[in-house]
Design a protein around this ligand. Structure first.
Ligand SMILES: [Zn+2]
Length: 425
């Protein structure tokens, strides 16, 4: 897969401010994420859509609010990311939420719940995972996107937040648009089979593409070349291809040297700085606005794809995760509550020190959302718990006190797991 991705317009990752864009470094995944490439299920094979190249199974559910955090981003870089990436919001029912200005959300703050898009600045290059991979394939506290050094380049001293969008380099703004395109599920447009750029590339002979990228500054292996420029079906079977769009912000500006026809190749384009009309169309199409009733359907617990929590966690990490789960259980967002319930079930299994009894004790006087969260998590967990008699009593009381069939059924099933039944009075 290009599960994760690999972006870069030509020209940039490390020299984004350099005038000579032909010296740039291409987007490439860090080594620790490469393993994801080998794990993508083949699915049903590619299908053809109406336009462009997008993922299929890793799209977000419609109407989702994606919370975007940074690992310590300063006010200026946060303002830049917010203003530029928000352009996607205009056309999509999936909205990016950057948190309160001017600081935005900080990924490290544990009492604010989980984030769907987590931006780091300290790894190499520019990259983002695709769509829901940030939740279903990555651990919840690691970066899902990297904008190398943006936090240092766009310091508050050099770039006041107020006029950041006019002062920032056009190329860097294009990088933000591009990486958020990946986060929304867009693939590289130069790999769109209907554009047929593979036919244009010099795969062998003198000056071939492997030799070109093997050199400085990219130092790509043959497999990196194929992943980034080759047939998409070999690297990311979870794709849907449609009409080509050489104006897409997801299209690389590749060097003319790698094309058989040099600068007259149709795949040789200058940097596309803006989100194209077709980029907007495809995002609007895959993320249509749906009714609240449909959201409730999509937000059913068994449709969650959040990754199971690690089986072994340090105490501090475990405590961080627990705080976030408890916050998210109370969220106003159906999807966030759903995922928090699933995470709590996973948490109960993975952290032996988590005490189901203490979670149940806290049900007295708690919100409906908390009660339902704990009950669903207990019911959904594959462990059976040793609930003490006080816990069983509380669960039975809660079941008797509620008129809500979902809460009642979840408590029944939790009690069954603990070897007891609620038994109406
Ligand atoms: Zn990319």
């Amino acid at each position: 897969m290009t599960g994760l991705v690999i972006f870069a317009f030509f020209g940039g990752a490390y020299n984004s401010h350099a005038a000579d864009e032909s010296e740039g470094v291409m987007e490439s995944l860090p080594e620790h994420l490469i393993y994801l490439y080998t794990e993508v299920p083949k699915g049903d094979g590619p299908s053809v859509g109406e336009s462009q190249l997008v993922v299929r199974d890793r799209r977000w559910e419609p109407n989702r609010l994606l919370r975007v955090c940074t690992f310590g981003g300063n006010k200026s870089v946060v303002a830049l990311i917010r203003k530029v990436a928000s352009e996607w919001n205009a056309v999509s029912s999936v909205k990016l939420d950057f948190g309160p200005a001017p600081d935005g959300y900080n990924c490290l703050v544990s009492n604010a719940g989980f984030y769907q898009i987590r931006i780091g600045f300290s790894e190499r290059g520019y990259w983002s995972v695709l769509g829901k991979d940030s939740e279903s394939r990555l651990d919840p506290l690691v970066p899902s996107m990297n904008l190398e050094s943006f936090n240092r380049i766009y310091s508050e001293a050099r770039y006041p937040a107020a006029d950041i969008t006019t002062k920032a380099a056009p190329y860097d703004k294009a990088v933000i648009r591009h990486e958020f395109g990946h986060a929304l599920g867009l693939l590289h447009e130069h790999q769109n089979p209907s554009l047929k750029c593979q036919d244009e590339i010099k795969w062998e002979g003198p000056g071939n593409v492997y030799d070109y990228f093997a050199g400085s500054p990219n130092f790509w292996s043959a497999s990196q070349v194929e992943r980034n420029l080759g047939f998409i079906q070999n690297t990311d079977p979870d794709y849907q291809a449609g009409l080509p769009d050489a104006k897409s912000v997801m299209m690389y500006s590749l060097p003319k040297e790698i094309f058989k026809n040099g600068s007259s190749s149709k795949c040789y384009v200058s940097v596309n700085y803006e989100i194209s009309a077709k980029d907007k169309e495809i995002i609007a199409k895959i993320y249509p606005t749906v009714s609240q009733g449909q959201v409730a359907q999509y937000a059913a617990v068994d449709r969650s794809t959040v990754k199971a929590l690690p089986l072994a966690m340090a105490r501090s990490e475990s405590s961080d995760i627990k705080s976030r789960i408890l916050v998210d259980l109370e969220s106003n967002d159906d999807y966030v509550r759903r995922d928090a319930r699933v995470r709590l079930a996973s948490f109960l299994q993975s952290s032996p020190e988590v005490d189901a009894n203490s979670l149940i004790r806290a049900m007295n006087g708690a919100s409906y959302r908390y009660k339902l969260g704990v009950a669903v998590a207990l019911a959904k967990s594959s462990e059976s718990f040793d609930l003490d008699s006080q816990s069983k009593k509380i669960l039975k009381e809660q079941a008797n006190a509620t008129d809500d069939p979902t809460l009642e059924a979840s408590i029944e099933s939790a009690l069954k797991k603990a070897g007891d039944h609620a038994g109406r009075k």
